[in-house]
Unconditional design. Structure first.
Length: 256
């Protein structure tokens, strides 16, 4: 997928709020090695490095476009690397991931794999969006079905791809307990966002949910896709104000 950092950060304040809450859930422990999985442009990775100066902090992301904006200057314990979360190596005292794991399937199996990279006494802290049943996503799936030929049948949350991999807070807590986690916290929180009508919803989704679709389409087909999607959004939200219930799941646990 090709990410656009400028588009992603057009709603920086709203997208940062869950990350700040997740950072606040992390206990102050003597971490030695920290990894930020799916670090994007690295702002939260930098905050981790500044908060835990005795730890070596690595930001990992698969997007060259996002990493080009990551800045490690002036923070000697911070570095960034390009790579896939599923190819993670090494052991860490803190596994941190903000709004990244939702792109990966089978979260029970994913947590099992990540847990192997967590040292005893280490902490995992994750935040994922849980808006897959929101109207903006359902209409996106409908549009993808209309463009099935151009997309090769791809729909992120459609029947061909299965349901969203994001679990309920209870399911995450149960999985972490099965792994041997202690001090488990798992919550769902709504972050209210007010958008300027259907066009505002489109601008919001351009930074995230639309990316895998437009990355698979030519420029011409992409324009047609966006026009069709916007038409559906306008039917659903014909007014000038949309209250977007931005729902997130946050969880932390310590390996006993």
């Amino acid at each position: 997928m090709t990410w656009d950092p400028e588009q992603y950060h057009r709603h920086r304040e709203a997208r940062d709020a869950p990350a700040r809450d997740l950072l606040a859930l992390i206990p102050d422990l003597p971490y030695r090695d920290i990894v930020d999985l799916g670090c994007g442009t690295g702002e939260h990775t930098r905050r981790l490095a500044e908060r835990f100066p005795a730890a070596q902090v690595m930001g990992l992301d698969s997007s060259a476009e996002m990493l080009a904006r990551a800045d490690a200057r002036g923070v000697p314990n911070l570095q960034f690397e390009r790579g896939d979360i599923l190819d993670l190596g090494g052991e860490y005292d803190l596994l941190f991931s903000n709004a990244a794991l939702q792109w990966l399937p089978d979260h029970a199996a994913l947590l099992f794999g990540l847990w192997r990279h967590l040292r005893p006494g280490g902490v995992i802290a994750v935040q994922v969006p849980a808006n897959h049943d929101h109207g903006s996503h359902r209409l996106l799936t409908e549009t993808a079905e209309e463009f099935a030929a151009e997309l090769g049948g791809f729909t992120r949350f459609g029947t061909a791809q299965g349901a969203s991999p994001v679990l309920t807070p209870a399911a995450y807590a149960e999985t972490l307990d099965e792994l041997g986690g202690v001090d488990i916290t798992a919550i769902s929180k709504v972050y209210p966002v007010v958008l300027p009508g259907a066009e505002g919803v489109l601008d919001w989704t351009r930074g995230t949910a639309l990316v895998p679709y437009l990355s698979r389409l030519s420029a011409e087909d992409g324009e047609r896709f966006v026009t069709a999607y916007l038409g559906r959004l306008r039917e659903r939200w014909p007014g000038e104000r949309v209250f977007y219930a931005f729902t997130r799941v946050l969880f932390t646990a310590r390996r006993g």
